[in-house]
Ligand binder design. Sequence first.
Ligand code: NDP
Ligand code: BUO
Length: 318
Amino acid sequence: MASKNIIVKFSDGRKCPQLGLGTWKSKPGEVSQAVKDAIDIGYRHIDCAFVYGNEKEVGDAITEKIKEGVVKREDLFITSKLWNTFHRPDLVRGALMKSLQNLNLEYLDLYLIHWPQAYKEDGELFPADENGKIQFSDVDYVDTWKALEPLQAEGLVKSLGVSNFNSRQLDRVLEIASIKPVVNQVECHPYLIQRKLKEFCSSRGVMLAAYSPLGSPDRPWAKPDEPRLLDDARLKAIADRLGRTVAQVLIRYQLERGNIVVPKSVTRSRIESNFSVLDFQLSKEDLELIDSFDCNGRFVPMTASLGHKHHPFENDEF
Ligand SMILES: NC(=O)C1=CN([C@@H]2O[C@H](COP(=O)(O)OP(=O)(O)OC[C@H]3O[C@@H](n4cnc5c(N)ncnc54)[C@H](OP(=O)(O)O)[C@@H]3O)[C@@H](O)[C@H]2O)C=CC1
Ligand SMILES: CC(=O)C(C)=O
């Protein structure tokens, strides 16, 4: 089963299955089964986050599959992410310990700073004022990074990375880092191909991990009149010609571009077909055609943090 995975190597020498299962919006009552199905199908990489509110149920599934002897811990690659309310250096270790406890793991394979912008540290994950506006904290993510580094030395996490960092923010971390980030996990799909950010990351030995690769149709703020990537007629034509689904083309596109990719599903048949992408390739012409659909179309703009001095998408080109 594990041989179905393509393995990529990080700048720190560690290995990671290129295709993983996303878990955002996977309801606690559904995610255990989804993770168990995924492991049975051959997935070895699960993308989690404290803020998804389902780490405990993901952990239950992992524990069960290890107990059954289907996988060993070392066969799995588990990512989690430090939420915005835990950026203050004295809160970082506790946040990681909570995710480890939730997931019933002794270590994570990868821990990411989820976003560069910090929120007020008052216990709520989305601390809002009486008008519903998120309360910001001015902790600088470079100080958060410095607090993360000793956790790798302690063996609590194998690799460290960032998520939703723009090029300037990533460079600031690289300037002060003793341990370099191995990954920048960002939104990436044909409407937002991230050409410049990808080149920037590659030039610094940072791997790009693509989130929302199917266009996140179940994002809570989706409007009925917004374009749906999975329904794009141009992608459908490519998929039909190749005898594949649009989702398979979207996932294969990321693999061919050398990106890690973490499509989410709680539907067994989709979890299975999303993983069946090793027996076909996209031609150079198809890859270029898909690149041409780029329209700076962002499905996860994080509008709740607009105005934050570290909001990644407001002041920098990429
Ligand atoms: N670092 C960050 O800030 C972020 C990280 N992420 C990570 O990336 C993952 C993936 O992104 P996400 O935004 O969830 O969205 P995706 O682009 O992966 O889309 C998920 C949606 O697509 C549906 N779907 C899955 N497979 C198929 C298929 N074969 N055919 C048709 N529909 C399908 C799912 O439905 P169903 O489940 O009902 O089958 C679900 O509604 C997240 O779950 C999370 O782990 C995402 C956003 C931000
Ligand atoms: C889904 C996710 O990771 C967000 C919105 O931060």
